[in-house]
Design a protein around this ligand. Structure first.
Ligand SMILES: [Ca+2]
Ligand SMILES: [Ca+2]
Length: 416
């Protein structure tokens, strides 16, 4: 477009001011993640739009597309206004669907490292349009195994700028998810707002961003261990356009719903069949393998007298409780994996409780104990600080001596 301004020889006025906007859409996107939206979104999209976005991620991964909002003119067959998806860089590649109306298209994953998104509108009737996130495989993962680990992209090298990555943990119904950060190094909080405005990692108690937020962290803050209410947890990493660090690493474990009660003489432990569908009864035992579970029509059951299975008394907050360890052995031919749960009984009040004991927690407790020991025992740090103290004393002594000498000198001058 060109705009011509012409003035003649006399009479001038203030003139004009005009703005312009590129009514642009489409392009080639190569980041680990990004946003694709219709022109003018969330305002109404223009008629006769014809946009093509090609997402091209690294060779080894695939592209996922998640629609956050979707409202287009609706008609059967979706040939007036529509979004079309192709499993490759051109319309000759596999067509994955045409979408219109106001139902969000399903989450889509390519089989190759490229995705083509085409948006077209006809000559009338529009809508709000759409907004979608794309992720490369490195940046979007779903975990279903009982245990797992993941890291920010490129860890332990610096993470990319401008990413929004999602990791979803989805376990079988009944499980809860316990999550630990084993390492954390992101850009620090904004010192003005004291918020994680630049880069942050957030954890949601569920599978979507609208589920309750368990916390948002940045810098080198160490998030506490987190436990989901149900069987799903979502971890999101957001980074801004500059300053990147090493990132984070995380491990998680599925917590089996264990039902524990006790009498004055024994533990009663029940786990529903649904929670451990693939395990032999010998894989679930209290204290030692001779106290393994019995199968009932609904699941696994252990009735264990305190005297039989190595249950021991321990003082906890001035109360003697009976403590033992429940083992659930998930090991298969390939991998050794045994979960440990501490079961407790206050036999006086017949109150029982159970909590998972994880390797990460044990390591963290050991590490804290080691640090505490280092800090209290005659450590080298304290010895280091001594020379400072003595030098301070010497300095103060010299000052005092100088003052005394000055006073003597003044007195001597006055007497003369
Ligand atoms: Ca239309
Ligand atoms: Ca940053």
């Amino acid at each position: 477009m060109s705009l011509i301004f012409h003035s003649d020889r006399h009479v001038a006025h203030r003139g004009f001011l005009v703005g312009y906007r590129k009514d642009m859409c489409g392009g080639v996107l190569t980041g680990l993640s990004g946003i694709i939206s219709s022109p003018g979104y969330p305002g109404e999209y223009s008629n006769n739009a014809d946009c093509s976005w090609t997402v091209h991620v690294s060779n080894r991964t695939v592209v996922s597309l998640v629609f956050l909002d979707f409202q287009l003119e609706n008609n059967e067959g979706c040939n007036f206004d529509y979004v079309a998806l192709f499993d490759g860089p051109t319309v000759t590649h596999r067509h994955m669907g045409n979408y219109c109306g106001s139902n969000r298209p399903p989450n889509t994953v390519t089989t190759s490292n490229q995705l083509l998104v085409v948006f077209k509108s006809d000559f009338n009737i529009g809508g709000r349009g759409f907004k979608a996130y794309y992720y490369s495989g490195e940046c979007q993962q779903v975990f279903t195994a009982i245990r797992g680990n993941f890291t920010s992209p490129h860890y332990p090298n610096v993470y990319p700028n401008n990413i929004n990555c999602h990791w979803t943990i989805t376990l079988a119904a009944g499980y809860r998810v316990k999550l630990f950060f084993t390492s954390m190094e992101l850009e620090d909080r904004n010192s003005l707002t004291d918020e994680c405005d630049y880069d942050s990692v957030a954890v949601h108690d569920g599978s979507s961003e609208s589920d309750p937020l368990l916390g948002r962290w940045c810098g080198s803050e160490e998030p506490p261990s987190l436990l989901s209410k149900a069987n799903k947890l979502l971890v999101i990493l957001n980074t801004d356009r500059n300053f990147a660090y090493k990132g984070f690493s995380v491990s998680y474990t599925g917590v089996v719903p264990v039902n524990v009660s006790c009498t004055r003489t024994e533990f009663q432990i029940q786990i529903s069949q649904q929670s451990l569908p693939q395990l032999e009864r010998e894989s679930v035992y209290l204290g030692n393998p001779s106290c393994s579970a019995q199968m009932t029509p609904t699941g696994y059951k252990i009735l264990a007298r305190f005297v039989n299975c190595g249950t021991a008394g321990q003082k906890r907050r001035n109360i003697t409780v009976l403590v033992n360890t429940l083992y659930i052995d998930f090991s298969d031919g390939k991998q050794q994996s045994v979960q440990e749960y501490e079961v407790q009984c206050d036999a006086q009040r017949k109150v029982a409780s159970v909590s998972i004991v994880t390797v990460e927690e044990r390591n963290r407790l050991n590490e804290l104990a080691r640090r505490a020991e280092e800090a209290s025992g005659g450590s080298s740090e304290e010895e280091d600080s001594e020379p400072h103290d003595t030098s301070d004393i010497v300095f103060i002594s010299i000052c005092v001596l100088a003052v005394i000498l000055m006073v003597i000198a003044i007195v001597w001058l006055v007497l003369l």
